[in-house]
Design a protein around this ligand. Sequence first.
Ligand code: SF4
Length: 239
Amino acid sequence: MKYIYGPLKSRRLGMSLGVSLTPYKVCSFDCVYCQLGKTTEKTVEIGEYSSIEDIVAELKLWLAHHQKEINDLQYITLSGSGEPTLNIKIGRLIAEIKKIVSVPVAVITNASLLSLPEVRRALSGADLIVPSLDAVTEDVFARIDRPHEKIKIEDVIAGLVSLRKEFRGKIWLEVMLVRGLNDDLRHIRELQEVIQQINPDKIQLNSPVRATAEENVSAVPRSKLVKIKGMLGDKCEIV
Ligand code: SF4
């Protein structure tokens, strides 16, 4: 299979079938903690990186051969080896999936393009959006996510606030914390204020445990994660 992977069981989403919408590491970020390795094409150019017709055909094939497993799926998750919202036809893909199977659709995104109304509209048919927010200041953003030069953190935040106002499904905000990069408590307090404005349904705190794009990327100690969880309130969980 070229576009479909799994199903995989994750702490965040339970059992989910993955769908990749871009070739390997076509992404608007080059996060230091990326488990896929370094970004090979850093871009904000939206296009049909992978053919939606081909993805749907492959999904139909998978479904036809895995009738029993369909009932165990909690989500079909649009994510994969790059940033899925870079695919201009993501909205069409969500609509096509809804026509062929009743499993809820989740989108995992780095949130970089949510400032664009057409991208938010394209995601409106999803059941769950899991956007990332690792930084609220430009310098922390540059150090941890290494975004494309056209992406500014204030636009990412404004996009997330707009998404919350427009989107009817659930939003689980993921915050990846890296020791010494974005876990300073002053930064966490600023993050807390921004998260209040965004008002997601859940906040999922994460810290890298597997091999990452850069060496010397360390997880935040559990005791500090627990303290940060306390600062971010009842909706926050450590995943
Ligand atoms: S946004 Fe996701 S795919 Fe892109 S570099 Fe970061 S972790 Fe990797």
